[in-house]
Design a protein around this ligand. Structure first.
Ligand code: NAD
Length: 327
């Protein structure tokens, strides 16, 4: 098998983690990456060390093979058939941003595969509207392939098999990071779920305003009933009838890499012989957000390539196909 030539859109916390994990893979090669100020491309593979050492506000435009540009996404689209797979690690602010980026690939006639770690229900709904354009180009897009939605949501599909009726799916995540600015988009998007905040308000907050808010909460964000696309993705495959059966909440600590609470997915249902029970999927506390997002996102990207090779095009959710494992 030829190595899949991968482009990563976004070089923040998750983009950089993707670069590092890709450097450990035989089946995939990171050939292009971009951020809001630059882009880098090397057909033989980018030097991952130069990406890993970038600190917030640095740009991939400055690394070997990099150049400064305000349209790195456009540069990657222009690479066309030099790219097999795209992992989207861009901010989802506003909800229309990643759907808009995907539309640019469609308009350019790009034929390849994509995965992302999109979280908001509304954003995922907008993505599904792009099915026809992706199909026309013989592309495959797997959406919502991070940790939640993604790993935990797919686990819920497996868990549901023991039951004839599903009552509810309860996801509770814990994430610890040492510095909020290593994952600016993730933190802003979490803030958007707090009472009194909106996606638009979180998007326009300055870094100083984010820091002031985090000072008031000792660096922690405690979130309940988040608008998370786990609901629409589980409804699509019949795990739940109503989106209200899925609840997502979490605790983000921005001042310690230690997880503040263990991440779990609990699915409760009734068996064919009338017993109510729950299956629980528990993530190891030592596994970081980056490990639990990038692993699945790349596993789904390999599945997307498999689908393209089998003539199955369009956009699907992380609940609709199993991820593969990238060697
Ligand atoms: P980040 O803020 O650290 O990085 C975003 C990157 O995108 C930066 O490099 C920035 O320069 C780049 N960027 C922004 N606008 C751009 C543009 N127009 N052109 C090119 N590059 C641009 O973000 P992050 O914290 O790594 O999060 C990335 C995404 O992953 C977020 O949408 C977040 O919600 C999602 N996420 C999902 C999960 C999950 O479990 N599903 C978990 C964590 C994060």
């Amino acid at each position: 098998m030829n190595k899949m030539r991968i482009a990563v859109l976004g070089a923040g916390g998750l983009g950089k983690a993707a670069a590092q994990i890709l450097s450990m893979k035989e089946e995939m090669n990171l050939v292009a990456i971009c951020d809001s100020r630059g882009f880098a491309y090397c057909p033989e593979g980018l030097v991952v060390e130069s990406i890993s050492k970038l600190v917030p506000n640095d740009t991939v435009g400055d690394i070997v093979d990099g150049e400064m540009t305000t349209d790195g996404i456009g540069e990657i689209i222009a690479l066309g058939d030099k790219i097999d797979g795209v992992f989207v690690a861009l901010p989802n602010l506003p909800n229309e941003f990643i759907p808009g980026v995907t539309q640019r690939f469609i308009k350019a006639g790009y034929s390849g595969v994509f995965s992302d770690a999109l979280k908001r229900t509304r954003a995922v709904e907008l993505m599904f509207e792009l099915n026809e354009g992706l199909k026309k180009n013989k592309s495959v897009y797997l959406v919502g392939c991070g940790a939640t939605p993604g790993l935990l949501t797919a686990a819920a599909v497996i868990a549901a098999q023991s039951f004839v009726k599903i009552e509810n799916v309860d996801i509770g995540w814990g994430v610890g990071i040492s510095n909020w600015d290593a994952y600016k988009a993730t933190i802003r998007e979490d803030i958007a779920h707090l009472p009194g905040y909106t996606v638009e308000k979180a998007r326009t907050m300055t870094d100083v305003e984010v820091e002031e808010l985090l000072d008031q909460t000792e660096g922690k964000l405690i979130l309940h009933e988040m608008e998370h696309a786990d609901d629409v993705l589980l409804q699509r495959v019949g795990v739940v009838e109503s989106r209200s059966q899925v609840k997502v909440g979490g605790v983000m600590d921005t001042r310690s890499a230690k997880k503040p609470v263990t991440t779990t997915m609990t699915l409760t249902g009734i068996t064919y012989d009338g017993k109510r029970s729950s299956h629980k999927f528990i993530l190891g506390d030592e596994t970081t957000m980056a490990a639990n997002v990038i692993g699945p996102a790349l596993g789904y990207l390999k599945r997307a390539q498999w689908m393209k090779e089998h003539g199955l095009y369009g956009i699907y959710g992380s609940t609709e196909f199993m991820p593969m494992v990238v060697r």
